[in-house]
Design a protein around this ligand. Sequence first.
Ligand code: IVH
Length: 488
Amino acid sequence: MTAKDPASIAVDALSEDEARVELERLAREIAHHDDLYYREDAPEVSDADYDALRQRNEAIEQRFPALVRDDSPSLRVGAAPSEQFASVRHAVPMLSLSNAFSGEDVQEFVQRISRFLRLDEDEPVELTAEPKIDGLSISLRYENRRLVTAATRGDGFAGENVTANVMTIGDIPRRVSADDMPSVFEVRGEIYMTHDEFAALNAQQEAAGGKVFANPRNAAAGSLRQLDPEVTARRPLRFFAYAWGEAESLPGDTQWAVYEAFRRWGFPVNPLMELCSSAEELLAVYRRIEETRSQLGYDIDGIVYKVNRLDFQERMGFVSRSPRWAIAHKFPAEQATTVLNDIEIQVGRTGALTPVAKLEPVTVGGVVVSNATLHNEDEIARKDVRIGDTVVVQRAGDVIPRSSPSSRRSGRTGRSPSCSRPSARPAAAMRCARPIRARGASMWCAAARAGSSVRPSGWSGSSTSSHATPSTSRGWATSRFPPSTRTG
Ligand code: IVH
């Protein structure tokens, strides 16, 4: 009998030896994806798949605390700064946030705060609720109200010096005229790109034979991390402030008061931020923003909740790489990768033929999907999609074929590389990527990342979930986000 691959064993069933092997594999794999995401601005797995790796790592570490490695992903954020830029040591580390995925997680978070602070059960704790911007974080150091250094997060302790590039971003003041900014103050926040500007940039890049970006986040990161600031100056980068690093003093004693100061000082602060005093109120904000998310014009991937009082934040402190006083409540993932098991042709009542992709079941946006209707057979043939290929399933109902090592497990040798095979010739493939304009930005992203695309009209009606079954009649194919099926 051959030994089972530890990667395929449930966490609860792992022996100690298997867990050790699995933690080593996960450390390597997560470091590889961090490198692609943070240093190359070119991820090869979806955020959901990446989160799943991290969650598995954390679950194994919880079961076997003695096996936590020195290089464990749970003790690290981001990736080491690229050698192409000078390195900047952060006076105050730029850490990460732990995640909540459900309403219960949020309720537990609020209860944990009360317990930690030993507050009476009925004493409300004020929290801010604000969009989690899907861009790249930046630390802006002001001395005597002048911008002196801008640094990316890097590994949280040292980042890349991108000062000259940041100086070209219109949203970021080079000089603050309000005189109540302390003499040393680091404003932190997110650099991002809007959907429209991302699409226009990609169209321009494609026409010029340049690099086409996978999504607005990668476009923002790639645009900022340019060696020539003149290139950055031509890119439509924007900024939201939401945190701070080293500060000689603070302009208030709540998170909210600091946001008000940011506004006074000329920094954009997200207009959807709200103050709440219970888990229920936080969840109501979450639902409201999730519903309008598709109309925001920029990507957000969840809602961040933060304890408002700064003295409470200080008392609560940090655990490993994240503060105890804040949490990121993630939206259900919009994309996941899976394997195309078959393509069947369905004959409709009118005799219309519809190809249906039979997929290895995968959870996307809280719904298990095993079938997806593909509406353009020519496109499938043209893109050379084959059984056994790894495809990206998009929440709006799109299935995007993507080559990956696992996509060749079937053992068939491929034809000569063409531009629809990004793994064979990534640069050429990126240039071939064709944005699909009908569907909104995240469609383009996926298509660009995949290097090729298939445009199904929506899911077929046979998802295996107990949740509402997605179908074209519910309009998922035209609106990017389905109605929420979750309480949180
Ligand atoms: S607060 C100590 N607020 O999410 C942590 N982060 O996983 C301070 N992000 O690295 C971060 N929107 O890049 C915070 N409103 C927001 C955010 C936000 C996006 C990013 C940020 C951070 C990551 C945490």
